[in-house]
Design a protein around this ligand. Sequence first.
Ligand code: BG6
Length: 505
Amino acid sequence: MNSAATTKPKVPDSCCFVIFGITGDLTHRLVIPALYNLAESGLLPEEFCIVGVARNELDSQALSADLMKSLHRFATRPVNKAIADKLLGCLTTVQADASDPASFTHLKNHLDGLAQDGITNALFYLAVPPTAFKPICIGLGRAGLLKQDNTHWRRLVIEKPFGTDLESARTLNRDLLKIASEHQIYRIDHYLGKETVQNILVLRFANGMFEPIWNRNHVDHVQITVSETLDVGRRGSFYDATGALRDMVPNHLFQLLSLVAMEPPSRFDAHSVRSEKSNVLNAVQVQTEEEALRNSVRGQYLGGTIGERAVSDYRKTDKVSPQSVTETYAALKLTIDNWRWAGVPFYLRTGKSLTAKRTEVAVRFKDAPLSMFRATEVERLSQNYFVIGVEPNEGVTLQFNTKVPGPSVTVDGVEMKFRYKDHFKAAPSTGYETLIYDCMIGDNILFQRADSVEAGWRIVQPFIEAWKKAGGHGLAMYKAGSEGPKEANDLIGRDGRRWRSIEPA
Ligand code: BG6
């Protein structure tokens, strides 16, 4: 996120963009279309090249043609031939086997050749499965490819998952930090590429009216929802070993939680912002396994219909065990042990095959006292919510009570809405542009730091352990196309509260 948001963004230094996994889905669907959009916006340096790395021998021209086809398919804007030709015309390839040190010497020679042409900076983008992270990093480290000095920089970009539990996340961080320093590492969580997610910081800290009431004196509770209509589809083998909790909570949902709950950073820079995010995650109470069981619900979908689409049982998905007890839905109640939030529950839920796609953070304020209305017909006031909508309606909604016109005193809940699309005409993007651009200008503000990643896993670890021990016991089934298992309503209902509806408006 360019801190000087009002000035024209600066063009990054010359750079060689090395992609491990050049033939993979992520490269075709997101990375190349995002690079194209940056090129179209004039945000790629004049001296720029792409080096594609893959295990099999590659023909640069054939690969380039393939990527061009994908660009036409996945581009978010009309493709300008000259810009696309220039972007993919700078592609060269290197065949490398991550377990073979000679491959990295070969890559080094290739990059040395490019350095002769003046491109000395390099960014290594690991668009590969997590099992390949370590061998690639070791190879890069041994070949000296991550060494930088004041004449050139080297950066490493990795995608989630950053581990599968606390222990593996610690090990991964330890391994990475042996070969590169923290500020060279860019851990991507694509939620931070979403404009509305970035806007949470600006909303909270660039306005004087929210912060005074953003605390336990005024907030009753916070709901964070990421509901998806998507089913598990062709990701059966990954998903069955992962589940909704690991797939979504320590990363995406905790990004939302930390931005909403953090203290104001003293400066708008990577160190200050990431430290406050980490502080608030460290203040989330780590529950015992017993508490975790009491404060959570996990569910799995059964067949149903979502709109016109028929969805079959999760257990019938290709590469999913027919006896699977993996959760496709998770709801948790967390508390934050600090002065701002003590006593304010944070309810989080996420699930697949639900009735609607909805990502939102809803801050529910405490009720006003009803006393003034005792002598009127008003029996209850509707709830005051401040809702940050991330998807599908990007914007902010404030729900408050107003008088219904007429002679008697009647009160009704109404909404004041701000929608991004009514005010700003942003060019359609993949959501990766800002992230890739920030890597190139060396701004880590939108990337996860090692300590935050570990803090996130520390919070979910008791849930992982408790659910593992419980096996199938306590797994709540829900129908595809519903709002999730009814047990999730009991979780929040126990506290006299209820979830906001996720039904499409
Ligand atoms: C990914 C998960 O990280 O995020 C997917 O692996 C999930 O399972 C996706 O569908 C959700 O992202 P978004 O941007 O569609 O909310």
